[in-house]
Design a protein around this ligand. Structure first.
Ligand SMILES: [Zn+2]
Length: 239
């Protein structure tokens, strides 16, 4: 790659420089490509169709490839079964340390999904998961729900993801996976909040309901939309 072909403009918030060139340190974040979200109890329409696109990205020169996964106990607070409530109804839930019940959040009652150490929680067959550098689990506590790969829904506790990205001096995060209108959307919004230049690959994301609305929402928050082909062209030139 020549000096005039800087793949992506430098980020404002991470002005690390080397040899006079603005740093570009990209991380790929593969969100929740698990059996239950592809073909199981909470299958996202069309999810299998993005596996090949995600695989096509894995050999690019990422600083790190982080995979996230829902990894729930079988009595997780997001499960309708846990509350004896109808699927897709809503229940207000509180962080377990919020003893005064000051910050309730309306939680969708999902089917039981991605129970830790079950087939439903495994990465989907066909995905080159051996190429992942790190796996970040979320929703591991029975009373805590996390959509974002950065933190729980109340913003009280982070996962290890912020530290991983910070220690590797990542400047740009590229998001793929499931579901575009839940975990990808919330991860994208938090990535912007944490100061990362944030890209969402529209042809490597699928949503449960209205993807167009989700993409509009993240765009308004400063997330940049791109495609696998564009990313391969930009990063692949340097391989
Ligand atoms: Zn979940």
């Amino acid at each position: 790659m020549s000096a005039t072909e800087t793949p992506v403009p430098p980020t404002q918030s991470h002005p690390h420089e080397s040899n006079g060139q603005p740093a570009f340190v990209p991380a790929l974040i593969i969100i929740d490509m698990q059996n239950d979200f592809v073909s199981g109890s909470l299958a996202v329409p069309g999810a299998a169709s993005i596996i090949d696109n995600i695989n096509s990205l894995l050999d690019l020169p990422w600083r790190v490839r982080v995979a996230t996964r829902d990894f729930h106990p079988d009595n997780h607070v997001s499960f309708a079964h846990t509350h004896g409530r109808p699927l897709l109804s809503k229940v207000v839930i509180y962080h377990p340390e919020d003893t005064k019940r000051a910050s309730g959040i309306e939680q969708v009652m999902w089917p039981v999904h991605c129970v830790a150490h079950t087939n439903g929680a495994d990465f989907v067959d066909g995905l080159d998961s051996k190429k992942f550098d790190v796996t970040v689990s979320k929703g591991t506590h029975s009373h805590i729900e996390s959509y974002s790969a950065f933190m729980d829904i109340w913003g009280r506790n982070t996962t290890e993801l912020p530290l991983i990205l910070e220690e590797l001096r990542v400047t740009d995060v590229f998001l793929v996976g499931l579901a575009g209108d839940y975990c990808v959307k919330y991860t994208a919004a938090d990535a912007v909040q944490f100061g990362y230049k944030t890209w969402l690959l529209t042809d490597a994301v699928k949503s449960i309901s209205n993807e167009e609305v989700a993409l509009q929402e993240v765009s308004k928050k400063g997330v940049l939309l791109t495609t696998c082909r564009e990313v391969i062209q930009r990063l692949g030139n340097g391989v």
